[in-house]
Design a protein around this ligand. Structure first.
Ligand SMILES: Nc1ncnc2c1ncn2[C@@H]1O[C@H](COP(=O)(O)OP(=O)(O)OP(=O)(O)O)[C@@H](O)[C@H]1O
Length: 458
């Protein structure tokens, strides 16, 4: 084999094995998750009271000790305070970093996930060398390097209804740095039941928001959001994207609120929501409604007296990062392996890629027709014309009278299902010729993991 060909073959094999390793690591994380039992929570004794700062502590914290609002009294409170960080991702990393460097006595770190390369631009406690390792272990190691006096307690598991109350009760303040709605309700209800303040933030694309729930008679998450949003309207960072510095800003603000609560200064955003628009450089604070007397969690006659099945309540998963939607029946879907067989057979069909242009710029299958889901959603005339033409052209090779099969693909297999629904409704409304349409399960990321190791994962 010529040297060049051998290089290409070896590169393809390395890429294939890396993809296999990455999917193996994800399976390992899922297996670890399934294997855990609530009673395995490490017991932690309460932090002992502290009467004075050591010489080293005075030197280390001198710049914040001279702040009259904090002083020695506040620093001693920090040293005996504990904060539970739910999620060691884009928000949890900067939050934990600043809490540790400010001298908070104990940090509980809970996360079920492992470090991936795509985490590194914003999950600043993790490094390249730790890819594949549990996020809580990587974060704890980083934090110990930063401040060895801070006790870090890693919980390499998901916060679940079985564990949440026990964990939350062990800490003075809770920070929700998770990325999904079921966990938000779970953390809220656990905080209400355990009587703990909750510093909550979220970030997506160039925007973020932060507030403090259930602090000193203020509203809880359920007061503001009594019902979860429809699952299909919620986007995560993997789908919508996020700029690392945006989660950094929000994580730092969360750290600030948690520190003020722990030091006895009180938070700024109880009963109000700070909105951050990074593109315009705007901060805006809006008042939230006050505590609801009829709130299911913190109201006068609460119905949430125990933690529930939050995934059922929200109709979405708390740990499945792809948030796989199930909009279609199995007959309306095709696996990447079956699609590859069809492609290899040369059978006439149309592959429709419905990702946004920005993702198509990253990578694409060359034979796919690209029409973004958004264009289909708004019945864009140009796009429908393009689709109609492609169908007519493709039909020339197909059997007489048979509809040209369309396969719809996206990144993870959620948008493709929405697109199939739209195409079906367009056919029903006779806006498109009759067609048979299926989506490709798992999308291009399944293609990269199972079919073509050289195809980029993003
Ligand atoms: N119920 C839960 N228990 C523990 N950790 C959770 C729970 N829900 C979410 N998390 C964690 O919260 C973190 C959220 O951070 P972030 O969204 O920045 O990371 P990510 O999910 O790794 O990102 P990406 O979406 O890019 O893959 C994740 O590390 C996730 O594992």
């Amino acid at each position: 084999m010529a040297a060049r060909e051998e290089v290409l073959a070896l590169q393809a094999e390395v890429a294939q094995r890396e993809a296999e390793l990455s999917s193996l690591k994800q399976r390992l994380a899922a297996a670890l998750l399934a294997d855990q039992e609530p009673e395995r929570l490490v017991p932690v004794p309460p932090l002992p009271p502290k009467a004075a700062l050591s010489r080293d502590e005075i030197l280390r914290y001198s710049r914040q000790l001279v702040l009259p609002e904090l002083g020695v009294r506040g620093q001693l409170r920090l040293a005996t305070a504990s904060v539970l960080v739910v999620g060691c991702g884009g928000l949890g990393c900067p939050l934990a970093q600043y809490l540790a460097s400010a001298g908070v006595g104990r940090l509980g770190l809970v996360d079920y996930d492992v470090v991936e390369m795509s985490n590194l631009p914003r999950q600043v406690l993790h490094g390249e060398a730790l890819a594949g390792q549990a996020k809580v272990l990587s974060a704890a190691a980083s934090l110990r390097r930063l401040n060895s006096a801070v006790e870090c307690v890693p919980y390499a598991q998901a916060l679940t209804p079985a564990t949440a109350l026990d964990l939350v009760r062990r800490y003075d303040v809770v920070a929700d740095c998770s990325d999904n709605v079921p966990t938000r309700y779970l953390v809220n209800d656990a905080c209400v039941l355990a009587g703990r303040p909750l510093v909550s933030a979220s970030a997506l694309r160039f925007e973020g928001q932060i507030t403090v729930y259930h602090y000193d008679g203020g509203p809880c998450y359920r007061c503001v959001f009594p019902q979860p949003p429809p699952a299909e309207t919620v986007t995560n960072c993997a789908d919508g994207g996020v700029l690392g510095v945006v989660t950094g800003v929000l994580g730092c603000l969360q750290a600030l609120e948690a520190l003020k609560i722990a030091a006895g200064l009180g938070p700024s955003y109880s009963g109000s929501l700070l909105l951050f628009d990074a593109l315009r450089g705007h901060f805006r604070c809006i008042k939230l409604r006050s505590r609801r007397p009829d709130c299911a969690a913190c109201g006068e006659r609460p119905t949430v007296t125990d933690l529930q099945d939050y995934e059922a309540f929200c109709g979405s998963s708390a740990t499945d990062k792809c948030r796989s939607l199930q909009l279609l029946s199995p007959e309306e879907r095709v696996s990447v392996a079956d699609y590859k067989r069809l492609l290899d057979s040369g059978s006439p069909h149309l592959l429709l890629d419905v990702r946004p242009q920005v993702e198509v710029d990253i990578c694409r299958l060359p034979h796919a027709l690209h029409i973004p889901l958004k264009h289909l959603q708004r019945r864009d005339a140009e796009s429908l014309k393009l689709l109609g033409e492609a169908m007519r052209k493709g039909k020339q090779g197909a059997q007489e009278g048979a509809a040209l099969p369309i396969y719809v693909i996206c990144k993870l297999g959620n948008d493709s299902q929405k697109a199939v629904k739209i195409l079906q409704s367009l056919t029903a409304a006779r806006e498109l010729d009759s067609l048979t349409v299926q989506d490709v399960v798992g999308g291009l990321m399944a293609w990269a993991a199972k079919i073509d190791g050289t195809f980029p994962q993003y």
